[in-house]
Write a protein that binds this ligand. Sequence first.
Ligand SMILES: *[C@@H]1O[C@H](CO)[C@@H](O)[C@H](O)[C@H]1NC(C)=O
Ligand SMILES: *[C@@H]1O[C@H](CO)[C@@H](O)[C@H](O)[C@H]1NC(C)=O
Length: 127
Amino acid sequence: MHNALILALLAVLTLTRAMPISRRELGGVLICDGANAQGHCEYGAYELDKCYDLAAPLYQNASTFAPDGEAFYCYPYATSCGGVCTSPTGCTLGAVSFFYEHKFDLGAVGWEDGIASFECHRNETTS
Ligand SMILES: *[C@@H]1O[C@H](CO)[C@@H](O)[C@H](O)[C@H]1NC(C)=O
Ligand SMILES: *[C@@H]1O[C@H](CO)[C@@H](O)[C@H](O)[C@H]1NC(C)=O
């Protein structure tokens, strides 16, 4: 009786773990037009590996870009999704994760009016 229950639980756990994580909406991100999560804020759980355009008032006006603490990171882009980057320095701020030190004050790196779109990816483990 107990064994059957445990086996059933194990089966459920195994199924859950076998689900491809990249299909889950893991990318929770808080985006605000003010620094320190002030002003107009939007929080969403974004699909990974998919580009999202920001809309007004956040379009090229976000000072806070703060991903949640799971193992994923986002590339904020100065161009809209599908846009062609013509800047020799590249058009992304680089990988921004929960641990990014300026996530609550993008003005510190000159990106307070920089983000037009963004795309998030799951951290790949090397083991
Ligand atoms: C940009 O953000 C500021 C707050 O930092 C807000 O007052 C303003 O309305 C926003 N501008 C646009 C064009 O949405
Ligand atoms: C995920 O990757 C980003 C970018 O390389 C890194 O900054 C962050 O620390 C990683 N997060 C975890 C939880 O491993």
